[in-house]
Design a binder for this molecule. Structure first.
Ligand code: URA
Length: 441
């Protein structure tokens, strides 16, 4: 078999066999196929797409390119959750303790942030002492004992995806539905959970710009999960503005604690209750969404969800007092208000630009090896639907003293706000739910 023939075949829009797909993936991992051929193949896939069976074969080949985690040592139905990437998305920090408090075990591997999106592992590491690298036995026993653990993704989960994704990132081949679907699902399948809840974002801060495209991507992922016997449900959610009000690592932990206390912004709380409800149903702890929501609200009201976060922090080496005293988290030296340059209603806040503005002052990495500053970030004061006047505070930068980047970051934030003369129509936060039964609006 020769890679050049497979590239030609895909360029002509023909269907690849499972054997050809395995050949590509094995060659990517071993290095036998050079990057320029892999990139040419990925571009051919971008233009010509893949059939369902090609997408399923690619997913399985990537899932089995490294370790496939066996979670059977953990009791109960393990439910994983994955977001296709957003700004201010701290839902894992809330959902893991909240659903664990309701009896669904969460054994989750998460990633770090790169570019404009944050990563759960960086957020957790903003808690002093918090360990995100646990030996597998310690990870399993923590989940059996307290119900939840979130750790960094082990080095050998879907290595084919790691290589392919890095190449796609620099060759303009990320935005392909079969490539995204197989990338996400290969990691989820290798991570071993019994059921998977996907949060597929659409809007300015997401790969999918429209709800329609997000539904196509969700359907592809649900079909793959169903095919391999993992119940998979996808929520299609709005990313036309960052989620919640706080963006930045320690700031996001603070906001997660607010939600677990029964406070915090309504959009984030609502999304967590909706996603959490699906996790409880998938995990067999509630018969339907309504019952699940009642249990989650009770876990927040009783303090059980916040206690669970404290237990997770203690078990992973941090100070559990942080769960009740978030002021113990790292804090920036300066609060710099960002003022509106005109009057109007907020119609949207470009999430990617806000993520980049936070990265500029140190909250994220431009390159993989960059160090991040856990304390800094952006606090959004005005959100979609709010009316602002010239000179009102749109946002507050939490920055280091005398950081020269703060000025350009503030300009970027002002430009990210889209203002209009009239109040915008209300946007549903969750646009649809996709499951093997179909699409439910
Ligand atoms: N997230 C992934 O894990 N893979 C993609 O291809 C895009 C988003």
């Amino acid at each position: 078999m020769r890679m050049v023939d497979i590239i030609r075949k895909k360029r002509a829009g023909e269907e690849m066999t499972a054997e050809e797909i395995r050949f590509v993936i094995e060659g990517v991992v071993s290095g036998a196929i050079p990057d320029y051929q892999t990139a040419a193949w990925a571009m051919a896939v971008c233009f010509n797409g893949m059939t369902d069976s090609e997408t399923a074969d690619l997913t399985l080949a990537m899932a089995h390119s490294g370790d496939v985690v066996d979670l059977s040592a953990i009791r109960g139905v393990k439910v994983d959750k994955h977001s296709t990437g957003g700004v201010g998305d701290k839902t894992t920090l809330i959902l893991a303790p909240m659903v664990a408090a309701c009896g669904v075990p969460v054994a989750k591997m998460s990633g770090r942030g790169l570019g404009h999106t944050g990563g759960t592992i960086d957020k957790l590491e903003s808690i002093p002492g918090f360990r995100t690298e646990l030996a597998r036995e310690e990870f399993f026993s923590q989940v059996n004992e307290i119900g939840a653990s979130v750790i960094g993704q082990s080095g050998n989960i879907a290595p084919a995806d790691k290589k392919l994704y890095a190449l796609r990132d620099v060759t303009g081949t990320v935005e392909s539905i079969p490539l995204i679907a197989s990338s996400v699902m290969s990691k989820k399948i290798a991570a071993g959970a019994d059921a998977i809840l996907l949060d597929v974002k659409f809007g300015s801060g997401a790969f999918m710009k429209t709800a329609e495209d997000a539904i196509i991507l969700a359907k592809a992922m649900v079909a793959i999960g169903t095919e391999v016997g993992r119940t998979t449900v996808a929520a299609i959610t709005d990313m036309d503005q960052p989620l919640g009000r706080l963006i930045g690592n320690a700031l996001e932990v603070r906001e997660a604690i607010e939600i677990l206390r029964g406070e915090g912004p309504a959009d984030l709380r609502e999304l967590c209750l909706k996603l959490g409800s699906h996790m409880l149903v998938l995990g067999g702890r509630a018969a339907n969404e309504e019952e699940a929501r009642g249990k989650l609200e009770a876990a927040i009201a009783s303090g059980a969800a916040l206690d669970k976060l404290a237990q997770m922090i203690a078990s992973q080496g941090g100070d559990p007092a942080i769960a009740r005293q978030p002021e113990l988290l790292p804090q920036a030296d300066e609060r710099i208000p960002v003022l509106s340059a005109s009057d109007g209603f907020v119609h949207g806040i470009d999430a990617e630009e806000i993520g980049l503005a936070a990265m500029r002052i140190g909250a994220g990495r431009a390159a993989k090896e960059d160090r991040i500053d856990y304390a800094v970030g952006v606090e959004l004061v005005a959100k979609r639907g709010d009316r602002v006047r010239k000179g009102d505070t749109l946002a507050i930068l939490h920055a280091r003293r005398d950081d020269e980047a703060a000025r350009s970051s503030a300009e970027q934030i002002v430009a990210a706000y889209e203002l209009g003369g009239e109040a915008p129509a209300a946007n549903p936060l969750i646009y649809a739910i996709v499951s093997k039964e179909g699409v439910q609006s």
